[in-house]
Ligand binder design. Structure first.
Ligand code: ZN
Length: 374
């Protein structure tokens, strides 16, 4: 495979967004929960970054500079009331909780602004052709944050903020999002639901989180009708089901819409062994999905792809999924072998099962509604 110039975005402070005194997602002591760690474990991104480093690949990536997003940047998606509330809660020495599973630790505003700024720098570098593609290893995640509130470990909607920046500041014509996080990209959807220049696609485990969102019937509003595609998949879907959903829906939708860039809110919680999701994608599956996105990006938008990190909760598997994706993006193989892969491939159910195919076909009815641009 040809070597490409791949950007990388990381700041150690992303791992300092740390939620203490929880057991999983439950506050310690509530419900007699013994104090333990929060499921949104900062070691996941740190170990991901460290594996890219020790593999030797990090030295071959372009370390992209970035700064915190400004209030103006964040305000293109979020209400002033939401931003003010994050500022206030995050200034409190013990932090605060904005409900909807979004604890706000001390200093969260600074780190969340830095993550949103990383998303902006990532898409800017790709649009300006400073790099061919990019992986931004951001934290806190963004795709659940709604315009008016934090939600699901997400403070600011990084991908939507980057998208708005491209449309409203950089003059991009059209943009597309392919969210492969196991949870529904409800925040990105909400921010761009009436924006005809943005195609938002989310593949997710059906009714996992949020349980009342992410349905096939949600296709976008007004002039944006047809620009939101939800692909809810049954629990247990594996790499082959994801590949089929890409071939059947995602790739044809992108080909019709012809965006200037494809942004991938990239959670690895659809991976086998994830504690939050119940899907079975393995590292070869993530490779194949990345190849499919690269091929369509080469065909329609000069290869422009920006991966913005979202969820993923297994300390032990996420680093290998991430390395596999960045090896594909850069065209550079390392000598690292995913030690879980052989086992994951042998687990029953990696093939497409009839009820999974039926779910893909049900979502495919919206393909004809996607606006066609030449
Ligand atoms: Zn997720």
């Amino acid at each position: 495979m040809p070597v490409r110039k791949t950007g990388f975005i990381w700041n150690e402070k992303f791992a300092w967004f740390e939620l203490r005194n929880y057991g999983g997602i439950i506050p310690a002591q509530a419900y007699h929960m013994q104090p333990d760690q929060h499921v949104y474990d900062p070691q996941v991104v740190r170990r991901f970054r460290n594996l890219v480093d020790v593999s030797g690949l990090l030295d071959k990536l372009v370390d992209l500079p970035f700064a915190a997003a400004t209030t103006e940047d964040i305000g293109r998606v979020h209400t002033a009331a939401h931003i003010d509330s994050v500022v206030a809660l995050s200034a409190h020495p013990t932090g605060g909780d904005s409900e909807d599973n979004a604890p706000i630790p001390f200093g969260a505003f600074e780190i969340a602004s830095l993550a949103a700024g990383g998303a902006i720098a990532a898409v800017d570098a790709v649009m300006a052709r400073e790099v061919d593609n990019v992986y931004a290893l951001l934290r806190p995640a963004g795709h659940h944050a709604r315009p008016d509130r934090s939600m699901g470990f997400c403070i600011f909607s990084n991908a939507a903020i980057a998208g708005r920046h491209l449309l409203d500041v950089r003059g991009a014509g059209r943009i597309a999002f392919v969210d492969w996080d196991v949870h529904h990209g409800n925040g990105t959807q909400a921010a761009l639901y009436d924006e005809p220049r943005a195609l938002t696609i989310s593949l997710h485990q059906e009714r996992l989180y949020p349980v009342d969102d992410g349905f096939i019937e949600q296709i976008g509003d007004g002039a944006a009708a047809g620009t939101n595609l939800n692909i809810p998949l049954p629990a247990g879907s594996g790499s082959e089901a994801y590949c089929e959903a890409y071939d059947r829906i995602v790739i044809p939708a992108l080909r019709a819409f012809r965006p200037d860039i494809i942004i991938v809110p990239s959670g690895f919680d659809a991976g086998a062994m994830d504690p939050m999701g119940r899907m079975m994608v393995h590292s070869d599956g993530y490779r194949q999905l990345t190849q499919k996105l690269m091929a369509i990006a080469d065909e329609i938008c000069g290869g422009r792809l920006a991966f913005l990190h979202e969820g993923g909760y297994s300390r032990w598997t996420v680093p290998y999924f991430g390395l596999a994706v960045i090896e594909e993006l850069s065209g550079i193989s390392t000598e690292v072998v995913d030690p879980h892969l052989d086992y994951h491939k042998l687990v029953a159910g990696q093939d497409v099962l009839p009820h999974q195919r039926a779910a893909i076909e049900a979502a495919a009815v919206n393909l004809d509604r996607v606006p066609v641009h030449s």
